[in-house]
Design a binder for this molecule. Structure first.
Ligand SMILES: Nc1ncnc2c1ncn2[C@@H]1O[C@H](COP(=O)(O)OP(=O)(O)OP(=O)(O)O)[C@@H](O)[C@H]1O
Ligand SMILES: Nc1ccn([C@@H]2O[C@H](COP(=O)(O)O)[C@@H](O)[C@H]2O)c(=O)n1
Length: 239
């Protein structure tokens, strides 16, 4: 399978291509500096997931402001300058880059969560959901079965306290995409063109376990979505 599900496996994958791709060596260097099996601090760690234009950037910023939190994203800023290089590579190398981003981010989460609530725009569930959806074709029924190990959280990756999956109906998502008008990645363009791919990504999010995603209808106004999200955080995270 294209997605390496441990720090050891993704290091090996990056090492194999490091001679040809100098940026892989740079990612490896950063990974080496991250202690393994990171532990979170006493503040809650809350992740927002979902297809593009479901409102993650909008809601993470608002939640961060509301909770006086620290906002992080995957892939983290320290490797995002190499993103386009890996997006143009073969799938296994591209997935190793995004997986590595999550392990590097875990170090940032560990530190930040000793200081304030941590709000994260995409983490492991995004890496897994896009990988799973790309490896299959056709209907959601063609995805690996619900209990498959692909939906498991990696054993050696720091776990969040709460994962909220933002969903909006396809028409509203397209309206938001058009309104925003940003440049799309290849995968985002495919997502827009291919409704089955979009359904597979969303269903893969829903099948993730340990931790599972809690779904939030993000179709209402920004204010209402924020209110719902803050209520869920209050209910699930003690701080
Ligand atoms: N609840 C909402 N109602 C109406 N418009 C919204 C709402 N939330 C976000 N938007 C608008 O939709 C667009 C996409 O939102 P945003 O950038 O937050 O999504 P995103 O999930 O972070 O996208 P991506 O993953 O591609 O970065 C923006 O123009 C934003 O202002
Ligand atoms: N943790 C992550 C984050 C992103 N991806 C890949 O990037 C694309 C979406 O990124 P945005 O910056 O537009 O939010 C998506 O196509 C994923 O393949 C990832 O794999 N893991």
């Amino acid at each position: 399978r294209a997605l390496p599900t441990s720090a050891g496996a993704l290091r090996q994958r990056l090492r194999q291509c490091a001679e040809r791709i100098p940026e892989a060596e740079a990612v490896l260097d950063l990974l080496e500096k991250c202690p393994e099996h990171q532990k979170k601090g006493s503040f809650p760690v809350i992740v927002f997931e979902g297809l593009d234009a479901t409102g993650k950037t909008t809601v993470t910023q608002a939640v961060k402001d509301n909770l006086n939190g620290i906002l992080l994203r995957s892939p983290p800023a320290c490797i995002s300058q190499w993103r386009t290089v890996f997006d143009d590579e073969r799938t296994p190398i591209k997935r190793a880059f995004y997986a590595a981003g999550n392990y590097i981010l875990a170090s940032e989460i560990a530190k930040a969560s000793t200081q304030a609530p941590v709000i994260i725009d995409r983490y492991w569930h995004s890496t897994a959901a896009y990988a799973i959806a790309t490896e299959t074709s056709g209907e959601v029924q063609d995805l690996p079965p619900a209990q498959d190990e692909v939906y498991q959280w990696p054993e050696d990756l720091l776990k969040p306290d709460l994962v909220l999956l933002l969903t909006v109906d396809p028409e509203e998502r397209v309206r938001r995409l058009q309104h925003r008008g940003l440049e799309k990645t290849k995968e985002e363009a495919e997502l827009e063109a291919n409704s089955l791919f979009r359904q597979r990504v969303e269903e893969s999010y829903r099948r993730m376990v340990n931790p599972a995603c809690q779904e939030v209808d993000a179709s209402p106004s920004k204010e209402e979505v924020l209110k719902t999200v803050l209520q869920l955080i209050k209910k699930h995270c003690a701080f």
